[in-house]
Write a protein that binds this ligand. Structure first.
Ligand SMILES: [Zn+2]
Ligand SMILES: [Zn+2]
Length: 218
């Protein structure tokens, strides 16, 4: 497998079809090679997926005449090559849907980047009174489990009531972590002489007998 930034690098390369001047799509190579059986030697390649492309439009008739079966051709280019190849396709849909999704890769990279940064700052964030790394990890369900647990422990130490709203609005998939976070929130509220209204979840003074938000009586 290529690293995600290598995929991105390829996806951003610009190549054009000599038959129709459309920009070639960067696609994942299929699991098998129809031609020589030697494999592709590459994980991505570039192909013209324009259905109006002259090569593709005329290809049906040519393949019928030459090989006697229903197929057509698309222009393709292997990475690092200057000369393109003519690739036989059995249908209009062949290779569509296997385009390298650079937006998805970028999103994934950004998430990973944020996780790494948060993990690096985790041990200093209490001293620096910085809630951000803790929240980043706790709110990211894909983040490292150990790191999220540690972030949960640090909540009480950091003691910042600003954590309550975002954490309350997050659906935790891990019930242990959710419990830890709930306990931390209760501890933070208590230390600030506050409590949560059991009716509406808004924060009220610990001594309050009536919720100022929903009127519930305690
Ligand atoms: Zn073309
Ligand atoms: Zn209330």
């Amino acid at each position: 497998m290529l690293a995600s930034d290598q995929y991105l690098h390829y996806a951003e390369e610009e190549h054009f079809c000599p038959h129709c001047h459309t920009r070639l799509s960067c696609c994942h190579t299929p699991p098998f090679h129809v031609g020589d059986g030697l494999g592709w030697g590459t994980e991505v390649f570039f192909i013209c997926l324009n259905d109006e492309c002259r090569l593709f439009v005329n290809g049906w008739k040519q393949c019928e005449e030459q090989y006697g079966h229903t197929a057509s051709c698309r222009y393709a280019l292997l990475p690092g090559e200057k000369e393109g190849i003519t690739m036989m396709v059995g249908s209009k849909e062949a290779f569509t849907g296997s385009e390298v999704d650079s937006e998805a890769i970028k999103t994934k990279n950004a998430r990973f980047q944020a996780e790494q940064e948060a993990m690096a700052k985790l041990e200093t964030c209490v001293a620096e009174k910085n809630l951000a790394p803790i929240l980043t990890l706790l709110l990211d369900e894909s983040a490292d489990r150990e790191a999220r647990n540690r972030a949960g422990d640090l909540l009480v130490e950091l003691h910042d009531p600003a954590c309550i709203d975002p954490l309350r609005n997050h659906a935790f998939r891990n019930t242990d972590l959710e419990q830890k976070v709930n306990m931390a929130i209760r501890a933070i509220l208590k230390a600030n002489f506050n409590k949560e209204c059991p009716q509406c979840s808004e924060i009220v003074k610990a001594q309050a007998k009536v919720c100022k938000h929903c009127g519930a009586e305690f």
